[in-house]
Design a protein around this ligand. Structure first.
Ligand SMILES: NC(=O)c1ccc[n+]([C@@H]2O[C@H](COP(=O)([O-])OP(=O)(O)OC[C@H]3O[C@@H](n4cnc5c(N)ncnc54)[C@H](O)[C@@H]3O)[C@@H](O)[C@H]2O)c1
Length: 296
């Protein structure tokens, strides 16, 4: 495998492109937005600068990594020579189905088609491809260049050969792949999201404040950050939509998003990316204000 096409240059797409390029692969980074491509390349460059400053890579390796990436706004052109396509576009079922229909028509029959989706069924995505055995989930974690895990999701029709190739490829990226089956939330989010939702429910019920809940989980359970802060980093809109997928997929009320989470998403307080969620990121000290507002 030499040419890897990455669709979407946002948070995950630029991290995935960075990781492949740093490991010597030629990457075709594709996004419909010129602005996203520019921002994505700037982010990769800044992250590489940080690695140079920490003496993890040389200036020469930084340049080689950047030289390995070419950007495209035309998806057909970008995927033409790819042995693997990793789709990391916006989390929206209709959009992903549209992209995979296009890939079905515009890639070689043996090109492996992977999705980085957090929650959408790989089996459903594969259903629009004429040979669904080549479709697989490759769920990288954020930030991609740093996080070791890749959750490899086998759709109902994914072949053994494709799974083996993707497991081995992940190891070549210095990651640890873990194979799981395709059910709502896979493994990572099936366990993480109910914990985050329960932390929000605990706040909503007035049992404790933001600071108290996060501190209990950080110091008591040795989590590197509390569940409410983690939700802010993931994006409350993303957490909400993953819970909805599990709620709908299992028809089990235990996955229903907490009303406070729904309200915060409707109010546009979706975490770090909007400047405010359970903490306030617009000014340093305002985090305490949000905490006090919800404190019991
Ligand atoms: N953010 C996370 O922590 C995280 C973690 C794991 C997986 N994921 C998954 O990764 C995927 C991407 O998430 P993100 O956080 O990087 O989103 P993002 O919003 O940062 O980036 C999405 C990018 O997709 C582009 N895009 C939209 N439609 C497109 C199209 N038709 N063709 C090409 N590009 C298109 C957008 O312009 C944007 O740049 C989602 O499926 C998400 O569930 C996200």
């Amino acid at each position: 495998m030499k040419n890897i096409a990455v669709i979407g240059a946002g948070t995950m797409g630029n991290g995935i492109a960075h990781t492949f390029a740093q490991n010597g692969y030629k990457v075709q980074l594709i996004d419909i937005s010129e602005d996203s491509l520019k921002k994505g390349m700037d982010t990769i460059s800044k992250n590489l600068d940080r690695m140079v400053a920490r003496e993890k890579i040389s200036e020469e390796q930084k340049q080689e990594t950047l030289d390995n990436i070419t950007t495209y706004t035309d998806i057909s052109e970008g995927v033409e020579y790819a042995s693997l396509v990793v789709e990391a576009a916006t989390e929206n079922t209709e959009l992903k189905l549209k992209i995979f229909r296009h890939l079905d028509q515009n890639t070689a029959e043996d090109t492996i088609l992977a999705s980085n989706t957090s929650s959408i069924s790989i089996t459903q995505i594969a259903s629009v491809v004429s040979n669904p055995e080549r479709v697989i989930g490759m769920h990288f974690m954020n930030p991609v260049p740093v996080m070791k895990l890749v959750e490899i999701i086998r759709g109902y029709n994914t072949s053994d050969e494709v799974t083996k190739t993707i497991m081995e490829l992940s190891e070549k990226l210095n990651k640890v792949p873990v194979e799981v089956n395709d059910y709502p939330g896979f493994v990572a989010n099936r366990i993480l999201m109910p914990m985050i939702n329960e932390a929000i429910e605990t706040l909503y019920n007035g049992v404790a404040g933001v600071y108290e809940i996060d501190t209990v989980m950080k110091l008591g359970m040795a989590h590197p950050m509390g569940p409410l802060q983690l939700a802010d980093f993931i994006g409350l809109d993303v957490c909400h939509s993953i819970l909805e997928v599990m709620h709908e997929g299992f028809k089990n009320p235990k996955y229903a998003p907490c009303p406070l989470l729904t309200n915060m998403v409707r109010a546009g307080k979706i975490g770090v990316k909007s400047g405010e969620g359970f903490y306030d990121y617009s000014e340093n000290k305002k985090a305490e204000k949000v905490s006090a507002q919800f404190s019991s």
